[in-house]
Design a protein around this ligand. Sequence first.
Ligand SMILES: Nc1ncnc2c1ncn2[C@@H]1O[C@H](COP(=O)(O)OP(=O)(O)OP(=O)(O)O)[C@@H](O)[C@H]1O
Length: 308
Amino acid sequence: MTFLRVNQLKVHYPVRGGFFRKVIGHVKAVDGISFELKKGETYGLVGESGCGKTTTGRTIIGLVKATAGEILFDGKDLTKLSRREFVQYRKDIQMIFQDPYSSLNPRKRVLDIVAEPLRNFEKLSPQEEKRKVQGLIEKVGLHSDSVYKYPHEFSGGQRQRIGIARALTLNPKLIIADEPVSALDVSVQAQVLNFMKDIQKEFQLTYLFISHDLGIIRHMCDRIGIMYRGQFVEEGTKDEIFHDPKHIYTKRLLASIPNADPLRRQEQQKLRQQIEKDYEQLYSRYFDAEGRVYPLKRISETHSVAIP
Ligand SMILES: Nc1ncnc2c1ncn2[C@@H]1O[C@H](COP(=O)(O)OP(=O)(O)OP(=O)(O)O)[C@@H](O)[C@H]1O
């Protein structure tokens, strides 16, 4: 059952320059992507830094305005809703951020941090609110007394659990997790990821999981979309992507995962060189006068199209 559908979504950020800060061009952060999420699944968005993953997530949650395209959720196009209408949907879609160190207000107690979304939507008495927050804090594996503490009193993994408790406060249907463990020690990453899997079942959540780490994507996701410079180059189930990748860029990403077996490493090295050669022939980077990677253009698969 389709739960959320993104149709031809584009997000172009204006680039300003000159004395009057006029718009001199656009960064096509997301440039016509379409995909859908089914209820209860984990959909992975993967690609190298700057390919538009975060922008996609932030646009779905309404933090960034779409330039064109549709985001259909519960029969409504979120890009067309007024601010007021959007707030109702915002309850159902929550985000877990990358950095648990900066995403929690250091001056607020856990009670206030976790209760914040609640205060915007429900009028609970202070006692009811505290009971609810303590319940959530226990759910994420922390002691109920933690509600009186401040973020600096917790480890990175614990802080991310607090971020997750905050995301769960309003019983959301969809959680957008943007690199939720990349700021954490490898030893804690697995704990947080497994915990996210557990609560997914319990709270019947659908995840849009954003990561550049294919190992994590493989562990977490049912279906995967591979992004490259604002576009999708390939989409498939976990098995299709990992066992039968079709696109040269996906092969390149997969070849970059180090092989644990030393005997196979040499083989992998050779494969990687071949893939790099093919890739270089297909894609090329363009830079503007200031050295920024420019229009994120893709050379056609036949190598025959000249880039202006
Ligand atoms: N507010 C903004 N204004 C202008 N350009 C932006 C803005 N935010 C992002 N960009 C540009 O849009 C492109 C996509 O960025 P985005 O953060 O969505 O990529 P990403 O795949 O999530 O990368 P990362 O993994 O590094 O976070 C990049 O070229 C980035 O520089």
